[in-house]
Unconditional design. Structure first.
Length: 600
């Protein structure tokens, strides 16, 4: 195990900015601030470290505004400082129960029991201190190194360096049990020697030296900190799970598992995890794979989207925010002032389809406006339904639905019209006001198409014809009672058009105005009854329906298309004797070869 792995396991919840209460010789007394101690000039070698640790609450001055940099510090005070530096202050204040392995717990002052409990849990104290802590004795420099290295979870590394020597004149004075810890503290930059080349390991550590050493450890902790900064997108807070989903710059979302008792601030004040909300800006500090603090700030958040639902009774508006790709609901206070298209409005003036723009700060609406949505669309009419009146328009191969206002201004081919006059396939222009079509201009599209009939539909709901066009695509068109239908210049009825017929259609948008049943080019066509079927030779004998009742042999080739009564292409075996057929083909070397056989 590397020292970094040990550090990751041991650091736990570390908070660099915990505000602490000093205990040095002034419990219950007022505290001097770090605005300048009377006995610590700015030229003092430890002035910067003292101010840093004082500002972070790790060490305080005395009520007479002195710091007393040369005074000693007890072993108990040193351990309490280590707990505070590591950010375990809240844990220490939440308990006064010292684990049983710590003997003589009754000798620890009540205010410090929680700190000793945390120190035992986190392994700050070595075994001999569990048996005899000597809390009131001055802390020696080598002992402070032991406490700090163990607090940082670097004990494994310290144990591996117990026999390593240091380049100090008094290295031999370091107790053997502390040597590895002192080596790690020196190599990590926490502890250094004096100008005379000595480490002074057995000397009592002064308050100035403690401040300097702890300041170096704090800088080390900061160098090990990863910060995840972004916007909270989701908060999960259940009895078993606490999670934050944070969207970092660039749009990357990161899900973080939040431990219990992590320090949380909101708008620079102490808060709980339950106070966190979506859209707050947040910085999550992580050390050694452990989340140690969450610092969040409320911000003004703007939502904008089309109103999809209105609850008049509870004054709730639901919008679809396209930018966030989600729906949001807002309860509007009775006294909320807002404008709709620049004019003062009431909640009753709002309509589904309006656009809402709302600004939220600390879960309250601070500004709100409503805009009537106006836009125009162009496309191809795909259908009309009634009750309610809706038109369907295809735009860029996507069909959209629009509700039609009862007072819609509608013209087709420049003439006043109603929805019933519109035809599928019309080119349409719409003006939409708050999701209601108030203006329609439709233009019929006249064209001709040619194809083979696939089916004819005759029903009370309307007649239609389905053809297969030259692109092998099937298309269905409406046939009205007024549609003109011809075969060989003779007028016929729709039911006389059969699958397999070659037809030319004249269209008004998607409505057929004329049907011409055509002959196949250079082909002869006749109708009759199959009297004989030779499956081996694939030859049909057809009795032609004419006065002579002529029988003709029809040869089926690999290019012959056979269509059944449903308009489907089938094989020769599906043709039976006595079937009525239409045959289209030509004479080739004395044989009549069929291009198409249509079973009727």
């Amino acid at each position: 195990m590397t020292w970094m792995q040990a550090f990751s396991k041991r650091v736990g919840v570390v908070t660099a900015l915990t505000i602490l209460i000093s205990f040095f010789g002034l419990f219950g007394a007022s505290q001097a601030k770090a605005t300048g101690f009377t006995d610590l000039p700015s030229s003092h070698w430890a002035a910067g470290a003292v101010e840093q640790m004082n500002a972070k609450g790790v060490i305080q001055g005395y009520e007479d505004n002195t710091f007393r940099p040369s005074a000693s510090i007890s072993r108990l005070e040193t351990v309490v400082m280590a707990v505070r530096l590591m950010g375990w202050e809240e844990r220490a204040q939440s308990t006064n129960s010292i684990p049983s392995e710590f003997l003589n717990a009754d000798q620890i002052p009540g205010w410090a029991k929680g700190y000793i409990a945390v120190a035992v849990d986190e392994g700050i104290l070595p075994d001999e201190d569990l048996k005899n802590f000597r809390h009131s004795q001055d802390a020696e420099r080598h002992e402070v190194a032991v406490f700090l290295v163990r607090a940082l979870g670097m004990e494994y590394e310290a144990q591996s360096k117990m026999n390593q020597s240091l380049d100090f004149e008094d290295t031999d004075q370091i107790p053997l049990k502390s040597r590895g810890y002192v080596v790690v503290a020196n190599e990590s930059g926490f502890m250094s020697g004096s100008n005379d080349g000595k480490l002074n390991p057995k000397a009592s550590i002064t308050r100035a030296e403690v401040a300097a050493m702890f300041s170096r450890v704090d800088s080390y902790l900061q160098s090990q900190t990863e910060r995840v900064t972004g916007v909270i997108r989701e908060v999960k807070d259940t009895t078993t799970t606490k999670e934050l989903v944070v969207e970092e710059r660039g749009g990357h979302k990161r899900t973080l598992d939040i431990p219990d008792n992590v320090k949380v601030t909101l708008d620079y004040e102490t808060a709980d995890f339950s106070d966190l909300r979506e859209e707050q800006e947040v910085t999550v500090s992580i050390r050694g794979n452990q989340i140690v603090s969450i610092d969040a700030q409320n911000r003004i958040v703007e939502y904008k989207g089309k109103i999809t639902e209105l609850d008049q009774e509870d004054r709730i508006i639901t919008i679809k925010d396209e930018a966030r790709e989600d729906e949001y609901s807002f309860q509007i206070p009775e006294d909320q002032n807002f404008r709709r298209d620049g004019s003062r409005a009431d909640f009753d003036d709002i309509r589904v389809g309006d656009e809402l723009r709302v600004q939220i700060y600390r879960d309250e609406i601070i500004q709100m406006s409503v805009h009537v949505v106006k836009y125009e669309v162009e496309g191809e009419l795909r259908g009309v339904t009634f009750n309610p009146e809706i038109i369907y328009v295809e735009i860029d191969e996507v069909t959209h639905k629009y509700y039609v206002d009862e007072d819609v201004d509608l013209r087709r081919n420049r003439r006043s019209a109603s929805l019933r006059d519109l035809r599928t396939g019309d080119e349409v222009e719409l003006k939409v006001l708050t999701d209601m079509v108030t203006w329609i201009r439709a233009t019929s599209v006249e064209r001709e198409v040619e194809g083979i009939v696939r089916s004819i539909s005759l029903s009370s709901e309307g007649n239609s014809i389905t053809i297969r066009n030259e692109d092998e695509e099937e298309e269905t068109y409406q046939v009205r009672s007024s549609t003109s239908i011809f075969r060989d210049r003779d007028r016929i009825e729709l039911y006389e058009v059969t699958p397999g017929d070659l037809v030319e259609l004249e269209l008004d948008s998607n409505v057929v105005t004329r049907i011409d049943v055509l002959k196949y080019d250079d082909d002869e066509e006749f109708r009759g009854i199959v009297r004989n079927k030779n499956s081996r030779a694939e030859v049909l004998t057809v009795e032609i329906s004419n006065e002579e009742a002529e029988q003709r042999q029809v040869w089926i080739t690999g290019d012959t298309t056979i269509i059944d009564t449903y308009g489907d292409t089938v094989r020769f075996r599906h043709v039976d004797e006595n079937d009525r057929v239409t045959v289209i083909g030509k004479w080739v070397d004395g044989l009549f070869e069929a291009d198409m056989v249509i079973v009727r």
